[in-house]
Design a protein around this ligand. Structure first.
Ligand code: NAP
Length: 523
């Protein structure tokens, strides 16, 4: 790869922006990989192309035909996923990390292809429910239908999941019949662009179904309105800025935000050392801290443990963290790679220092780290950092997201206090309760549910098959209230429905029958 401007895929052609662009460096070596610029690209024409060419082509297809298109695109990626692994390594991803993004993304697209084939009608309209009688004489009724808007889907993604983030938004949009414009995050745009290239070269997608723009998207929102869908993943501050745009506030473009969150994990009082749940908790915390070097929106940031057991937990986690080998992805024994880049490392250091100011560091050092196979200063390496905060009223661990291998251990003394501490996160994507005590689990889950999009209960019964705290599943909702963005993605066909327009149609039963005679295949 040269240091040329990364090409965007617009109007069916790969085009480079102009100017110097933003430099994107290799996370391991600091070498400049590419530059990203959208200067000079005509985004207005891209929107027009999506509406005219992509939208028209997709609306021609039935749901099962769109599912087949999606499956073919996912299989093309599966065939060439080594290319994506190789590029991901340059962004700091170990093979385990890359699989989460690449295989996770492909798997999600395949699940959606299957849902689209089996769970949607052999047509283009979804009839949502039975007719509801609206008059005593039986001559007037109503029912809901879902149809494809005459719009486009614009997706704006975070840097940490360039493939999964793109595919989990592309899949429901495609099934719904909306053409997509992808705006990847600059630090990993080259990985998303390769995935689009692979799909494009496979010929699986109809023309205009997908476009990609590297760099900023000035003016794009001015072209969006009530038929369009904006899917955003990133920080809460960017979400707030985009949500305030007139495209959303005045013209009512649909806007879904997946933002950051101070996810928690709770160790139950029953989970004493020697019980499987104690080890499960420790293992999960270390996994969440180190996979993708903690650059996961769902990672455990706050670990709540019974006050009487916090020393033991701290020791056990510290012992596990001591075995983590930081270094270049692929180098001998390396289990955790660098952060995505040096600016990100500075952000994480600053955030982690704020959290640490509320307590003490149990493990790790913000200033130095031993690194295998690379130069610790040229690459964006950071040691995992476990902080302990005994004064749980301190705001820092509940408010500051250090988007790296950083977690905070905190004690709780009873379920009432625990409930308050969980709520201090102000809305999270994922929480977990590690306990075999069903009464405790019930109390905590029901109290925490209002603050979470997803809650994992982990115990010895489910551990072997559990997909883990940090892994969103396409069949289940991914999102969360409040700080987490207030959005919902995935959740099976819910995400497809969210891209469609729901219309209540009223009339005589005969008229309704004529309009809705295209029935769901599995109804
Ligand atoms: P970010 O700085 O908010 O950027 C997210 C995306 O927004 C990037 O593509 C960025 O593009 C774009 N963007 C920024 N300003 C924009 C503007 N004015 N108009 C249009 N697009 C704009 O977040 P990040 O640093 O990439 O990602 C880390 C954050 O994302 C963390 O806080 C993490 O918790 C969160 N996250 C959440 C989820 C989730 O599912 N909830 C998943 C992953 C990450 P550029 O890169 O070109 O600036």
């Amino acid at each position: 790869m040269s240091t040329e401007i990364l090409r965007s895929y617009l109007e069916g052609a790969w085009q480079a922006g102009t100017g110097d662009g933003a430099e994107v460096a290799d996370a391991v070596t600091g070498e400049i990989i590419t530059r990203v610029s959208s200067d000079g690209l005509d985004l207005g024409r891209a929107v027009g192309y999506a509406r005219r060419t992509g939208g028209a082509a997709l609306r021609e297809l039935t749901f099962p035909q769109r599912a087949a298109v999606l499956k073919a695109a996912a299989l093309a990626l599966e065939e060439r996923k080594q290319e994506l692994y190789d590029l991901s390594a340059r962004a700091g991803a170990t093979r385990r990390d890359a699989k989460v993004d690449v295989d996770g993304g492909i798997g999600t697209a395949l699940v959606y292809a299957s849902l689209g084939r089996k769970g949607l009608p052999d047509g283009t309209v979804i009839v949502e429910d039975d007719a509801v009688p609206l008059g005593k004489g039986g001559t007037f009724a109503g029912r809901h239908i879902l149809t494809t808007p005459r719009g486009i889907a614009v997706q704006i993604n975070a840097f940490n999941f360039p493939v999964w983030g793109m595919l989990e938004k592309l899949a429901p949009a495609l099934l719904a019949g909306l053409p997509t414009i992808v705006k990847p995050a600059t630090p990993t745009a080259y990985i998303a662009a390769r995935a689009v290239l692979i799909m494009e070269e496979s010929g699986a997608l109809p023309p205009g179904a997908i476009q990609l723009v590297g760099g900023a998207i000035p003016g794009l929102f001015d072209l969006l309105g009530g038929q369009d869908h904006i899917g955003f993943t990133g920080s809460a501050s960017t979400a707030a800025r985009l949500r305030a745009d007139a495209a959303v506030t005045r013209r009512s473009a649909r806007f879904n935000a997946e933002a950051d969150s101070l996810n928690c994990s709770v160790l139950g009082p029953d989970a004493v050392p020697g019980r499987p749940e104690f080890d499960l908790f420790v293992g999960a915390l270390v996994t969440e801290m180190t996979v993708k070097a903690g650059q996961k929106c769902t990672a455990i940031r706050r670990a709540f443990v019974p006050a009487a057991r916090i020393d033991m937990v701290a020791q056990a986690v510290e012992a596990e963290l001591a075995r983590v080998v930081v270094g270049a992805p692929g180098a001998d024994g390396v289990t955790m790679g660098p952060l995505v880049g040096l600016p990100q490392r500075e952000d994480v250091r600053a955030a982690a220092a704020r959290i640490a100011s509320a307590g003490s560091v149990v493990h790790g050092d913000l200033a130095k780290v031993e690194v295998v196979g690379a130069d610790p200063e040229r690459g964006a390496f950071l040691s995992p950092l476990l902080v302990r905060v005994d004064d749980v009223a301190r705001p820092e661990p509940h408010e500051v997201e250090a988007f790296g291998p950083v977690s905070t251990l905190m004690p709780y003394t009873g379920t009432e206090q625990l409930r308050d501490l969980i709520a201090c996160g102000e809305g999270s994507l994922a929480g977990s309760v590690v306990s075999a005590d069903k009464d405790f689990v019930r109390e905590v889950v029901l109290a925490a549910a209002a603050h979470h999009g997803r809650i994992l209960v982990l115990d010895h019964d489910s551990a072997a098959e559990s997909t883990g705290h940090g892994t969103p599943m396409p069949q289940l909702v991914h999102g969360g209230p409040g700080r987490a963005g207030g959005g919902e993605e995935e959740g099976g066909l819910r995400a497809v429905h969210a891209h469609l327009q729901r219309t209540a149609v009223q009339g005589s039963p005969a008229v309704l029958e004529a309009i809705t005679s295209e029935r769901p295949a599995n109804s």
